[in-house]
Design a protein around this ligand. Structure first.
Ligand SMILES: Nc1ncnc2c1ncn2[C@@H]1O[C@H](COP(=O)(O)OP(=O)(O)OP(=O)(O)O)[C@@H](O)[C@H]1O
Length: 210
């Protein structure tokens, strides 16, 4: 379902990143570990179609991601890839449910499962609240709901637990795992968080060592 092969990337001439190959089937889980600055967010953005690699190929569901251009890439990403960013990229002036509907709108989905998602994530009661009035943990759950709103085949999460206490960190990881199972999606989590290592045994290290 996902294959990343021979991926290299550089932001400038000083440093070139070489990333390990990744192969995943539907329903697989993977942790990406690595020191600060090793390129974890960079590889996540490459897998998510946000950063074109210098060389190599990312194949998702049979499509070579960077062969797609402009609007086709945006649409493919919106339909097939759900990204949970390190800092929530949800729109603060909008309500919880407006943020989800916007994600649906971009790819022409009807959002049939938005209500169920909000209930499962424990934020249904907050659906009419503006993001700016939510706690950090609630906003994090909204960004998860938004990433899952179009039933993606691939779920990418960048440090999803870094701002959460133990109880909420466990809840968020289990939610991501449950949702991934529900859609038979592949789940990739980038993290520093030692707690997360207990939940996912399949791991890859970027930058050589931890
Ligand atoms: N837009 C950019 N332009 C230039 N350099 C960048 C850019 N984004 C990241 N870098 C550099 O690339 C390296 C890898 O960054 P990245 O964010 O992928 O690391 P990371 O492993 O996710 O780190 P952390 O665990 O601290 O979040 C860092 O040294 C960073 O300074």
């Amino acid at each position: 379902m996902l294959a990343a092969k021979n991926i290299e990337f550089n932001y400038d001439k000083v440093r070139k990143f070489e990333f390990p190959d990744i192969q995943m089937k539907e329903g697989d889980e993977l942790l990406i570990l690595g020191k600060s600055g090793s390129g974890k967010t960079t590889i996540l953005n490459i897998l998510g179609g946000l950063l074109k690699p210098l060389s190599g190929e990312v194949i998702i569901g049979g499509s070579s991601l960077y062969q797609l251009k402009g609007a086709s890439l945006d649409k493919f990403r919106g339909k097939n890839i759900g990204i949970i960013f390190q800092k929530p990229h949800i729109l603060a002036p909008l309500t919880v449910e407006e943020n989800l509907r916007l994600a649906n709108f971009f790819v022409g989905e009807r959002g049939k499962q938005n209500e169920a998602l909000l209930r499962e994530l424990g934020i249904f009661e907050k659906r009419k609240s503006k993001i700016s009035t939510l706690s950090e943990g609630e906003a994090q759950r909204v960004s998860i709901a938004r990433a899952l709103a179009n039933s993606p085949k691939l779920i990418l999460a960048d440090e999803p637990t870094s701002s959460l206490d133990d109880e909420n960190a466990t809840i968020v990881i289990k939610l991501l795992q449950e949702q991934a199972k529900k859609f038979q999606a592949a789940l990739i989590i980038v993290t520093h968080d030692q707690r997360v290592k207990n939940f996912i045994s399949n791991q890859v290290i970027v930058g050589g060592t931890l």
